[in-house]
Design a protein around this ligand. Sequence first.
Ligand code: MSP
Length: 511
Amino acid sequence: MSFVITTPLYYVNDKPHLGSIYTTLICDTIARYKRLSGEDVIFVTGVDEHGLKIQRTARDKGVDPQVHCDDISNIFRQNWNNWDISHNKFVRTSSQKHELIVKEFYKRVKKSDDIYLGVQKGWYCVGCEEFKDNPDNSPTYKCPIHQKNLEWKNEENLFFRLSKYQLQIEALVNEPSFIQPNKRRNEIINFVSKGLKDFSISRTNVSWGISVPDMDNHTFYVWFDALLGYVSAISLDMRNPSLEESINKGWPADVHLIGKDILRFHAVYWPAMLLSAGMKLPKKVFGHGFLTREGQKMGKSLGNVLDPNHLLSKYGKEAVRWYLLKDISLGSDGDFQNRRFVDIINNDLANTIGNLLNRTSSMSRKWFNNSVPDKLRLSNDDYLESYSEKKVKNYIKHFELYELDLASNEVLDFAIKTNLYLNEKQPWKLIKDKNNINLVSNIIYNVLESTRIIGLLLLPILPDLSTKIDSQLGLIYMQDKSWIEQLNWGLLKQESKLPAPTPIINKLEYE
Ligand code: MSP
């Protein structure tokens, strides 16, 4: 059984911004954690390439839509590489494999008698690629997300019988584990309780899309097309993909991780589509919050978009990961503040974790022949050992609930407590009396062992920093033991050599 996690498939109207990096980093962290916990992970990401928005972007640039999509998709891939994203599927909705899956799926839905021809009238936001509910009938009504005028549409479309699935969807969204966090679940329960309306799944005015079989001029509505990317990504056969193959290879998804803006599509429309096609439903949809910048929503129109590449080259990926994962609670909006960012990295990573490692390693090298000292169990000092057990337990509990900020804070708290322990014990004073050597040996061992476990706990969150901690401790990661097993206390080998310490992260400066 695989663990399947997905990012949204990002629109290729523009290159990735910090929001898309944010969602992808979260999925990456969860995917790494699950792999380390022994699961076979399928981590799906990719791009959503069809629809009016992309068609117009390409037209405005004066290039063929496919050429435009090739360009931007490559930029996404490149970005994911630069950020060391550990995905194993990158789906493109303009690929032939995907098109075949969409058509096969449509056939199933049609067979369930869930498709009919009708007339779609309403106000449409091209940015969201979505009809808006009951705006006051005025062309000046703006989409609250994109701040752009809506467009009036009145055309013949194919419709999907969403209303038929009212009871099933009602039951689904009421299941506590399906939509998270809870506050988002309530919004959806409320929406569903008002009664589900059929929605249109084809367009006659959009040429950049997958053509609907036997329907001249109709292309599939971009959302009907894109959601299936999660399924086509799993199929391995490029030439003859099939729904059955995707099902055998891992469908359904364990979790769709998405922004709160697209929750309705994932928690209502998508499950109904899958029910109609006789396919299993995703187990969970997690709607995370939005990133704002210095208190304001980040957006092109406000001109305050943070360029992730700038952050990457200036501060490095570990710093950005730590800030986004540790400082922002996954379900809530999070604000990017430059000063806070710099302070957090310097306090948490450089001062607390980095210094702990460096000063302890220096002391150990100096007093114990460049090595880890003997572990002499002193019956009255199991403080760090029991603290470690507690922290590891809490960390796992939080990770399982996707509380990445709380899991990260457990690690930080462990490092803070270990520093305090060191300050209280003051081995630098004790060592002055030779009779204290066993006591000092025990203290230093305890602290180094805590540092080893802190490094391990950081592995899914800050993979590079964790690897640096491991090298500072003399490359002690054990390939023959699982990560989980290595979280047990007491595995640091006495007398293993400690290399000369170097800082694991540089201090940052304010911009
Ligand atoms: N193409 C659709 C998704 C189809 S999934 C089958 C889409 N794409 S998008 O490019 O607009 O990306 C949406 C996702 O990017 C959001 O759901 C969210 O995960 C992420 N973010 C975009 N802006 C964001 C912020 N300002 N903050 C955090 N995440 C944001 O919708």
